[in-house]
Design a protein around this ligand. Structure first.
Ligand code: CP
Length: 332
């Protein structure tokens, strides 16, 4: 299990009741962002560092907004503005940051497993903000929250994940969590990006129309060219001819289908512009929910005593006070 209450490294092995608890906690934090004064003192005196070795708009901004809305001190570093440019290793960078006694480090890195590596070596909470093609747990949590808000529950839904499944950490975290919550998952894309061995994770489909047929949710993914070391399809034009989500393709889905995209979108490649801007698209709701999910994750991981962290004591989040009680505490 990768979420042990101390770090959030991934969603593999996290049981359904803990996922639901994380989502309930996030849902309870949403109203803070609708207030005139968008600030609660919950994490006053805590320090959160974000360390991004890959580009980001949504994840980085929403972690910072989430931390600041909870009154934490927030320091943002990237590979381009840190001493990584002078050759300092990830471990040395993290150890030096840890020596300043932060309560959490949020890490995005191109190497799968980088957050796990730090979690074993650095004495503060590590939060995975996307590691290579492995996992992006907070993205999946915000996707689940968005689906649950629109469809009331996740169990029993048919969810089509379409595109570059092979390289996508978003697909992997979603696949794990959706299956844990009882959704039926279809993996849709060309055989090079949805290889047959993925059949043990979900139903495979190499045709877009069939893949979205009767789907309740369609999740579109960007082609991750930065993670490709070969030619996976002849050209982007050819890819979009077969796998771009258009209004015509969507006719196969259920009438009340919702469309998700983690961003950044490449309009006209994996998703037609009018579909991205349609009523069915909940893409900006995902972004809104990203703040609430990251508030919840910081709250559950950072709001712990230093002694607990030093003693490596896991938080029994499933036995934590009810969400309403926690929210009252948070909102005081
Ligand atoms: N969805 C997502 O991770 O977006 P960013 O790369 O902009 O953070």
């Amino acid at each position: 299990m990768e979420y042990r209450g101390q770090h959030l490294l991934g969603l593999e092995g996290v049981p359904a009741e803990e996922l639901e608890f994380l989502l309930d906690t996030a849902a309870s934090f949403k109203e803070i962002s609708d207030r005139d004064i968008k600030k609660v003192p919950t994490l006053r005196g805590k320090t959160v560092v974000s360390l991004f070795y890959e580009a980001s708009t949504r994840t980085r901004a929403s972690f910072e907004i989430a931390a600041k809305r909870m009154s934490a001190d927030f320091i943002s570093l990237s590979s381009s503005n840190s001493s990584a440019t002078k050759g300092e290793t990830l471990l040395d960078t993290a150890r030096n940051l840890a020596a300043m006694r932060p309560d959490a480090i949020i890490l995005r890195h191109s190497s799968s497993g980088a957050p796990h590596f730090l979690a074993q070596r650095v004495p503060c909470a590590i939060i995975n903000a996307g590691d290579g093609s492995h996992e992006h747990p907070t993205q999946a949590l915000l996707d689940l929250l968005t689906i649950r808000e629109r469809k009331r529950q996740v169990g029993g839904l048919t969810v089509a994940i379409v595109g570059d499944i092979l390289h996508s950490r978003v697909a992997r975290s979603n696949l794990i969590a959706l299956r844990t919550l009882g959704a039926h998952v279809r993996l849709v894309g060309p055989p090079t990006l949805v290889p047959s061995e993925f059949g043990r994770w979900g139903e495979i489909c190499h045709d877009l129309g069939q893949g979205v047929r009767d789907a309740d949710v369609v999740m579109m993914l960007r082609i991750q060219r930065e993670r490709m070391n070969g030619n996976f399809f002849p050209s982007l034009d050819e890819y979009s001819t077969y796998f771009c989500l258009t209004r015509a393709a969507l006719r196969e889905a259920k009438k009340d289908v919702i469309i998700l995209h983690p961003g950044p979108m490449n309009r006209g490649i994996e998703i037609a512009s009018d579909v991205a801007d349609s009523e069915a698209a909940v893409i900006l709701d995902q972004v809104t929910n990203g703040v609430a999910v990251r508030m919840a994750v910081l709250y559950l991981l950072v709001n712990r005593s230093r002694a607990d962290v030093d003693a490596n004591t896991p938080v029994e989040v499933v036995h934590a006070p009810p969400v309403r009680q926690r929210r009252r505490q948070a909102a005081v």
